[in-house]
Every structure is written in C-alpha cells, then in structure tokens.
Design a protein. Structure first.
Length: 266
C-alpha cells in the first residue's frame, strides 16, 4: 500500500475536460488526499483554440503547473495566430513545457503530411523559449524519433514521452535524446505485458507516472473516468514489475520530475 503522506506526481492530466465539470473541486481534493504533490495540467489537447486551458489551474493552485501545445489530432486546424498564442503562453511563469505535440498515425485525424510541419514549428517555439516538450506519439515512433534527432537533440532541452507505448529500444532512444519516459494506467491492463517488461528494464531515474485523465483509467475501474488520484495505481504496478516498493517508485518519479523541471530540491 502506498503511504498517502509520500509525495507522488501526475505528470499528465487534462483537468479542464467536461468529464470533471460536476465534481472538479472534489476530484482535486481526492488527488491531494491520495498524496499527489504536483499535477502537470496539459493545455490545448481539445484543439488549438484552447491552448490556454491549463493556465487557470496553475494560477489558482500552487501545486499545479501548465503546458500548452497543438495536438497532432488537430494539426490541420493550426493557424499562424495559434502559433503566436502558443509562443506567448511560453512566457507564463507557471508554464513548464510545450505539449502535448507529436505524431499520431493510429487515428490520422490530421493528414500525416500536415502533422509533421506543425510538430516541427512547435519545436521551434519550444527551442526559442528554452522549454522542454511533451510528446504524444502513437504508431509513429520511427518518424517521431527521426524528427527529434534532426530538429530537437541540439536544443539540449529534452522532454517527456507521454503515455509511453513503444518498445524498449524506442524508450532507450528517447532517454538518449534527453527524455523521461512516462507510464500511464494502461500499464495495469492484463494484455500489456510488453509494456510492463519495458518499464522493468528502464532506469528508475528516467521514468515518470501519469494518468492522462480523464482517459485510460486503471484496470480496477477500466471503462470509467480516470482521475489524478489513480496515479497511485500506476506506481503500484511499476513497483510490482520492478520488484521494489510503491513508495520507492513514488519518491523516485517525483524526484525525477522536480529535477527535470528544476522545481527545487530533490
């Protein structure tokens, strides 16, 4: 059992989504009660007109930080004004990273030939702002890693491979490029043995925990709404496959997050 007094971090949650409209305050209190030290609220995933959606949470709660980015699903909607809006948001004092950005060849909601240039343009914005990035990649690892190699490595800013679902080799390449690898509650699903094997083999100092709330609820409540408090179950699963305690996973991943974003003593 995870010690609720030990701090843990949800490195990726969509707090503004309507699934939380009826009980948002209670949901955030449950997160605190579960030992959540920090939430990284992800802005813009609902579309480029909503890039600032995470900022209000970061302004109200001193334990929540914000990101913003044009998701690959909505890359075909991106305009010059959206890129200008994103650039402006990078200067906000509670803004930690540009994202989630990247490539998605599973859904292909935006054409692949549009996703790549939108991805690259946001890398330019992040580089200019000296901010790391949060990557969304699904069924596109070869192209995504190639772009990160050619367009991002030299920035020396790294980022987070959010809700990682790739192979061990792809995770290792990401780490070599300066990224932390973040695992969500899909790691609890019975058929995800390969993902658990990957998590087992990565250095503990290179991983994070997240929920991707309100999506990807853990197996215990699969099919229902996810919420940040459930990140505890991610830590418990990581602990079981790594043969260590959940407390150790929670402490290490929280320290990884604080160290990467320079949020104080680790």
């Amino acid at each position: 059992m995870l010690d609720p007094t030990l701090q843990i971090i949800d490195s990726h949650a969509h707090l503004e989504y309507p699934q939380f409209d009826e009980d948002r305050d209670a949901m955030l209190q449950r997160a605190r009660d579960a030992g959540i030290e920090t939430i990284l609220a992800i802005g813009g995933a609902a579309g480029p007109d909503h890039l600032a959606s995470a900022i209000p949470f970061a302004e109200v709660y001193d334990w929540i930080y914000a990101t913003a980015g044009i998701h690959p699903h909505e890359a075909n909607l991106a305009t010059d004004q959206h890129f200008a809006d994103l650039e402006k948001l990078t200067h906000h004092p509670r803004f930690l990273a540009v994202g989630e950005i990247g490539l998605d060849y599973f859904h292909n909601h935006s054409p692949r030939e549009i996703q790549a240039p939108v991805f690259r343009r946001q890398l330019e914005i992040a580089r200019a702002a000296k901010k790391p990035i949060v990557i969304h990649c699904r069924d596109a690892w070869a192209d995504c890693l190639a772009i990160l190699e050619s367009d991002w490595r030299s920035a020396n800013l790294g980022g987070i491979l959010h809700c990682f679902t790739g192979t061990l080799e792809e995770a290792q390449k990401g780490i070599e490029l300066g990224f932390l690898v973040s695992f969500a509650a899909n790691i609890t699903y019975p058929k995800n043995n390969a993902l658990r094997d990957t998590a087992k083999q990565l250095p503990l100092g290179s991983i994070l925990t997240e929920t991707d709330s309100p999506y990807l609820a853990p197996q215990r409540v699969r099919g229902k709404r996810n919420e940040p408090a459930y990140v505890v179950e991610v830590a418990q699963t990581l602990a079981s496959v790594r043969n260590c305690s959940a407390d150790e996973v929670a402490a290490a991943t929280a320290a990884n997050f604080r160290r990467f974003f320079r949020l104080g003593d680790t």
